[in-house]
Design a protein. Sequence first.
Length: 126
Amino acid sequence: MVMRRLDAKVTPEVMQTMLLDEIAGRLRDMMEFQRDTVAEGGLDTPTMVITDEPTEVKLGRWLSMTITNDGTADVYMFFQRKRPGSLDSPIKSGETILIDQKRKVARPVYIVTSSGSATIRLWVLY
């Protein structure tokens, strides 16, 4: 294989095209980041009755959620289907918690009571 050196210069038009392509790529990356971190303004407010069986709350890609326990029983929230062995942090009756993911993620939430049933209200920001 014979290698030759090319002495041809790159024209300004080619350099400008390369620079514009780089700028377009970075703008696309910034738009994707913004789409995942800035709320679209969608708000969903379901009310649910929770029992001692884990209830899956499917929300799609959500950014933040507020859970209010309007029932009499303590409510526990977790992100994995398998119920944790220790439920140390209850959402007590009348309490409200905020979960902010900082990015839109399609993550199901599981909610359960220790005994009996409870009514909860959700405010989900998309």
